[in-house]
Design a protein around this ligand. Sequence first.
Ligand code: MN3
Length: 244
Amino acid sequence: MMATRRNFLYLLGAGTTGTLLGALPGASWAAPTTATAVATDVFKLPPLTYDYSALEPHIDAATMKFHHDKHHAAYVKNLNAAVNKYPQLQTKTVEQLLTSLNTLPKDIQTTVRNNGGGHYNHTMYWQIMGPKGGGTPTGEIATAIKTQFGTFDAFKSQFNEAGTKLFGSGWVWLVRQQGQLKIITTPNQDSPISQGIYPIMGNDVWEHAYYLNYQNRRPDYLAAWWNVINWTEVNNRFAKSLKA
Ligand code: MN3
């Protein structure tokens, strides 16, 4: 884009560009939006803090690479493109954007909902997984799960059932709502925080999260996912949910 624009300006001749560009019907074209997009992008793809292969055999390296480097990266890119149209939004956090979708300019509401949600949800997803994860929960979340669901196994089976039954693409979540732990699902990249609900943990049941390794066997992916859970991070999020 930049090269094209530069060539265009060169062809116009430096002395005349101002007038000519100003006279163009799409005067906004003259604003260097493409040129400055990279420098002003406020949302960044967070690097994975472990290797692509660190979650094998439960989640394979190829899935992790495509999921993080392509899918998550695309959500970040699209979110930046939306907020770059409205510089006043560049000071907002993704949480602030997602909790005030209705107040955003109409033409970017759906883009922010889908791509801001995608960015927020995946950032959590990478953090609540990790190498040497899994096992039974520890800390405060272990107690809270027992209180709410009776046993960890009962919680897991309700969570996996909700994820299996969710039709199409979406997420299954453990949230804290009105003082209680609950399992909910959301379609697409909708995030619970847009409903004012803080997500403690969530699993991505879009096919891109498991299809290379599990094909159509979503229940197998849901079952295996517990082997990579970073309970320390889930406890951090549970503590935040108590303040939310
Ligand atoms: Mn995903």
